[in-house]
Write a protein that binds this ligand. Structure first.
Ligand SMILES: NC(=O)c1ccc[n+]([C@@H]2O[C@H](COP(=O)([O-])OP(=O)(O)OC[C@H]3O[C@@H](n4cnc5c(N)ncnc54)[C@H](OP(=O)(O)O)[C@@H]3O)[C@@H](O)[C@H]2O)c1
Length: 268
């Protein structure tokens, strides 16, 4: 799998990660955890490392923590989660809880979920980064309507990471936000590469373009991920899945050549 540098440090990050929204929200003591641990094992074995969660995702952080305990995840996972609440102390309490659920005293990346109370939390994240509890900080959103506010935050603050929606169905970030992130030296994590699943469902059953195979695309998921990774500002993409076979398929899209977006003009 290819890797790309995080601009603020030069540390390299594998380009495919795993999102945990919905699929990882299962009982932490139930049978489903073994399958989800299998998703993460598949990611690590393919050379990936980024696992993205949030306290907004129900039991997902607990399930990720349980999965890590059954895998040899230390040194293999790049663990990212979020703060999703209002108020300084509620933010601190929430982040401590996330660390406990994920089973780690130090986190690779803490993000402010959907920019909620971002000025307040950013001050705490700077303190936590200075004392080494987190290695990187960032902000997230998932709708084009928030891109202007994300751009304003990127211009006014010093961030390590931006997480944002970008896909064949939602290409708006390419207009201003992704070039701005590159200019500002901010790493980009792309969420919703399959439009939350809608895109793969829409394209299922349609024949792939005849040029797909020469770019290593055997499935629509390969094509959609390679579309996202063609943007030079993108550092990593985090398809959400609870299926080890889908994780394996998604990881297979993580090496060049990628898909020039112009080749997919008019597809949808
Ligand atoms: N505000 C935020 O910070 C924010 C917002 C949205 C998302 N996120 C993050 O971004 C991640 C990705 O977004 P998302 O999960 O909403 O949407 P997504 O990645 O666009 O789509 C997920 C859907 O794609 C399916 N899928 C994955 N790989 C597949 C494959 N190879 N073939 C067929 N189907 C496949 C999954 O089903 P299966 O489980 O069956 O594979 C799931 O239904 C989230 O999990 C979350 O970590 C963050």
């Amino acid at each position: 799998m290819d890797s790309r540098p995080i601009p603020s440090t030069g540390e390299r990050l594998p380009v495919i990660g795993c999102g945990t929204w919905k699929a990882f929200d299962v009982p932490p003591d139930g049978d489903g955890v073994a399958t989800l641990a299998g998703v993460l094992r598949t990611l690590f074995d393919a050379g990936g490392s980024m696992v993205d969660s949030s306290p907004m995702y129900g039991r997902a952080e607990a399930v990720v923590g349980k999965s890590f305990a059954t895998l040899d995840a230390r040194g293999r996972a790049f663990v990212a989660t979020k703060v999703w609440t209002r108020g300084r102390q509620a933010g601190i309490d929430g982040m401590r809880r996330s660390l406990a659920l994920l089973g780690t005293p130090q986190l690779d990346l803490m993000q402010i979920h959907n920019l909620l109370d971002w000025r307040m939390h950013l001050a705490t994240l700077r303190d936590w980064k200075a004392e080494g509890t987190i290695r990187y900080l960032g902000v997230t959103h998932y709708t084009a309507s928030a891109h202007a506010e994300l751009a304003a935050v990127l211009r006014s603050e010093s961030l390590d990471f931006l997480q944002v929606n970008y896909s064949l169905e939602e290409p708006e970030a390419a207009r201003e936000l992704l070039p701005l992130a590159a200019d500002r030296g901010v790493a980009v994590i792309v969420n919703r590469p399959f439009g939350g699943g809608d895109l793969v469902r829409r394209l299922r059953g349609r024949a792939l373009p005849d040029w797909a195979e020469e770019l290593g695309c055997r499935t629509w998921s390969h094509l959609l991920l390679k579309y996202v990774l063609a943007h030079p500002a993108v550092t990593c993409v985090i398809p959400g899945t609870g299926n080890p076979d889908h994780m394996s398929e998604d990881c297979a899209a993580g090496s060049a050549p990628f898909v020039d977006p112009k080749r997919l003009d008019g597809l949808l």
